[in-house]
Design a protein around this ligand. Structure first.
Ligand code: UDP
Ligand code: MG
Length: 319
């Protein structure tokens, strides 16, 4: 029997400075594990010479290939494309900026050989991130743990190894607003974590703006929970109940002591209050309707502009 094949998926967006240092560290690790490996870069609409650099290394090392998007589709979609193009029996997903130490892949493969179908890197501290981002992440994961449909393992990110069975399962999930961490947990399978320390980003800057992060967080919550949709029913009930109680209070007071209030302030306040609630709940419904719209359109997840090396052989250009 042929030895199992190992694929590494690396989404890249303007990472030209990282390509060479990454390959330098990654390739020896892969060669120690097996000769039958491949690297699938997913060029997520880079505007610098990232793709040219990959093309160069691909010429000397044909096991390195790339799928290049026609524009920036986002990291989540890039991962989906990587999974479509990887042919390995085990597939590793990692960042290009060397924050995910390539040496960890050996530990991942070891656990995989022990029978775990999903091996995720578990970051032990988040001290590399800004305080605001850390706080935001913490709040998000607390919310998700409380309201999400599935538990997410703590500290687990995209850095992980997935068995072919898991990859095939992930590929059947066609949703557009992709929250990979949720999807990894959703497919199940025997999983385990390997702790690692996130390294400093080597070159360039983070590709996540606060706006992108917020979008990402909302996609995550909305894809795996209907609580934002339902919570307004409860709040609505509560508010109505309070309104009835207040009305009763005023009625009794007026009957006993007569009226000394023109009633104008309370009227305005209650009108404003209820319009606020209605607008908010409409907004929430709108978020979900927007998602339904996005799913119903059945647009392809991404459009491939070009292929480099081995990754060129697989599937059609619009997936
Ligand atoms: N990335 C991508 N598309 C994007 C943003 C990021 O493919 O729109 C890639 C990026 O090139 C990197 C990985 O996703 O390989 C992680 O991005 P980054 O390091 O900027 O995120 P952070 O580590 O700050 O969370
Ligand atoms: Mg990074």
């Amino acid at each position: 029997m042929a030895s199992p094949k190992l694929s590494v998926i690396i989404p890249v967006h303007n990472e030209s400075a990282n390509i060479a240092p990454l390959c330098e560290r990654l390739l020896p690790v892969l060669s120690r594990i097996t000769q039958d490996w491949e690297v699938v870069f997913v060029d997520d609409g880079s505007r610098d010479d990232t793709l040219d650099l990959i093309r160069d290394v691909s010429r000397t090392e044909p096991r390195i290939g790339a799928v290049s998007f026609s524009r920036n589709f986002g990291k989540e979609i890039a991962i989906a494309a990587g999974l479509d193009h990887a042919r390995g029996d085990a597939v590793v997903i990692m960042d290009a900026d060397l924050q995910h130490p390539p040496e960890m892949i050996e530990a991942f493969v070891e656990r995989w050989r022990e029978g775990f179908l999903m091996v995720y890197g578990q970051r032990t501290d988040r001290s590399d991130e800004t305080r605001a981002k850390r706080g935001f992440a913490q709040a998000f994961y607390k919310l998700f743990a409380r309201f999400g449909e599935i538990p997410l393992p703590e500290g687990a990110g995209d850095f992980r190894l997935i068995d072919r069975k898991g990859v095939d399962a992930l590929r059947t999930l066609g949703e557009k607003a992709r929250f990979s961490k949720g999807l990894y947990a959703w497919i199940g399978f025997k999983a385990t974590g390997v702790p690692f320390v996130v390294e400093e980003r080597r070159f360039g800057t983070t590709k996540w703006s606060f706006r992108k992060l917020f979008r990402f967080a909302f996609d995550g919550i909305a894809a795996f929970s209907t609580v934002p949709l339902r919570i307004w029913t409860y709040i609505g009930f509560l508010v109505s109940f309070l309104a009835i109680a207040t009305a009763l209070f005023f009625m009794v007071r007026t009957l006993l002591f007569g009226t000394d209030l023109p009633g104008f302030p309370s009227l305005i306040v209650s009108i404003m209050f209820f319009s606020g609630i209605q607008l908010m709940s409409l907004g929430i419904v709108g978020e979900y309707v927007g998602r339904i719209f996005a799913e119903v359109k059945r647009r392809p997840l991404y459009v491939v502009a070009e292929r480099v090396g081995g990754a060129a052989e697989v599937s059609s250009d619009i997936v």
